[in-house]
Design a protein around this ligand. Structure first.
Ligand code: TYD
Length: 205
């Protein structure tokens, strides 16, 4: 049986990933694909620990957070019930909201980037996506979207930090350009225009 395709979306907080993922998943299903939509951090107990830290309820340092995201990601890959590898092997496509690129950009801004990359890329249980789509939006637009849609801000959701994270994303994509399929989309446009670009990238897969 042909294996499923593994597609990851990345972008800053407020870049519109959720909306575009919904549109793509719907379109893939219309075309007869079986699709599993998922996200990181996951709903596992490690994911819960991560969310407490992101909300600021529990203070954790960036190395601890890197390790928590790593453990969550390993579980996300290999668990037998709703793990990524399990679905791909059954021919089901997986579309994931955030993956290790977020660890590189977010944790890799304060923890050592080489260390965070090695942890993830050196782990044989964490598989490489077939495609990563980065929705790029300027800091001001992300910030106003966060302001409009959220009741409270998470630890990374301030302009200064987001600016550094965006730079880190670019740096990481440059490092990975020969080993991974990463595509940038200007997401500071109408939903339908952004989606048109995503579909043409998807069609090339
Ligand atoms: P969440 O509110 O769950 O989703 P989103 O903002 O993507 O709609 O936030 C997830 C947060 O977790 C986001 O701020 C990025 C952060 N994150 C990391 O710092 N490292 C990681 O490895 C991942 C997967 C996410």
């Amino acid at each position: 049986m042909e294996k499923g395709k593994f597609i990851v979306f990345e972008g800053l907080d407020g870049s519109g990933k959720g909306t575009q993922i919904n549109l793509l998943v719907e379109e893939m299903k219309k075309r007869g694909r079986r699709v599993y939509r998922t996200a990181e951090p996951t709903e596992s107990s490690t994911g819960g620990m991560i969310r407490d830290a992101l909300a600021g309820f529990v203070k954790r340092d960036e190395y601890e957070l890197s390790a928590l995201f790593l453990a969550d990601r390993i579980f996300h890959n290999i668990n037998q019930k709703n793990g990524i590898i399990h679905f791909l092997e059954q021919g089901i496509d997986v579309v994931c909201d955030r993956y290790y690129y977020s660890s590189f950009a977010y944790q890799g801004t304060n923890a050592d980037l080489d260390w965070v990359m090695e942890l993830n890329l050196g782990c044989k249980e964490i598989i490489r996506p077939d495609l990563c789509i980065f929705l790029d939006v300027d800091i001001e637009s992300c910030d106003s979207r966060i302001e409009k849609n959220r009741f409270s801000r998470e630890i990374y959701e301030n302009k200064e930090t987001q600016k550094k994270i965006r730079q880190r994303f670019f740096e990481v994509f440059k490092r990975l350009e020969n080993s991974e399929n990463i595509r940038m989309v200007n997401a500071a446009r109408d939903i339908s225009e952004v989606f048109a670009d995503i579909i043409s990238i998807y069609n090339e897969m």
